[in-house]
Design a binder for this molecule. Sequence first.
Ligand code: PBG
Length: 324
Amino acid sequence: MHYPDTRPRRLRSSANMRRLVRENHLRVDDLIYPLFVTAGQGVKKQVQSMPGVYNLSTDLLLEEVEKVVALDIPAILLFGIPETKDAMGASAYEQNGVIQKTVRAVKDSFPELLVITDVCLCEYTDHGHCGVISGREVLNDPSLELLARTALSHAVSGADMVAPSDMMDGRVQAIREALDENGYHNTPIMAYTVKYASAFYGPFREAAGSTPQFGDRKTYQMDPPNKREALREAEQDVAEGADIIIVKPATAYMDIIAAVRENCEQPVAAYNVSGEYSMIKAAAKKGWIDERLTTLEILTGLKRAGADMIITYHAPAAARWLRE
Ligand code: PBG
């Protein structure tokens, strides 16, 4: 059948008709809000390249979290900015590190909120790489023990889920073993399974102070042109015990989100990263695009591509818009 027997416009004729036939929906239930926590008291430092995003000390972060809870956003993802950095990233796994203290404080005040912690070394190492280095090489196996120790320290502090973002081979298995051996078999792993070496992380590295001091992350993060490799990574992380699979960045990789959704049974999270956020904020500030409409269109597009949930700096704004 075709025109004039079919007229697709019939089902677009009014707002209520469009509601009835709508295929995909963005909901507040889909959102995870990333937050940057820093040492000290009373600190609220604007991230220049990410309007509306701050480095917050634990006390002020709690105020921000209260708003997140009031908006009914189900989860936050915490990144730590430590006081000290060294070659081994020791501040990532100390019992009174910035993340460990903050997780305890957040869970004390908001026990229902899901607290997810980013597990990586790049914010904690003086060289800014996600693992241990020898010369200019980022070593895989010696990094695993430190990542596992970091993840365990987060779980001990009360984290509901850990999210390794380092891209070392075997880290999901190492973390799963460390959690299980210590009685945390119920703590899920949300793995940054398909994480590309992307230029869209630029603003994040300003926010987290995690720019590599030499070289780049191309020997551990994935090469952007590759797609089959994403499915191999997914297969491997699932075998190692990943409970949720992250694809990152989101908009330039919607085909990858769709492919992972098709090929894996695990829930898939899209990470709508810092650079994606900054582009919207910059263009909206210039008056070149409508911030609300473009943001909701992108986030809904990620759902349509197959994401079960979305990690996004737009989460509070999106939650407010969805409520209106
Ligand atoms: C840490 C990490 C990064 C991001 C999340 N975890 C930066 C990187 O890999 O360089 C990026 C998040 C964003 O851009 O919003 N490894």
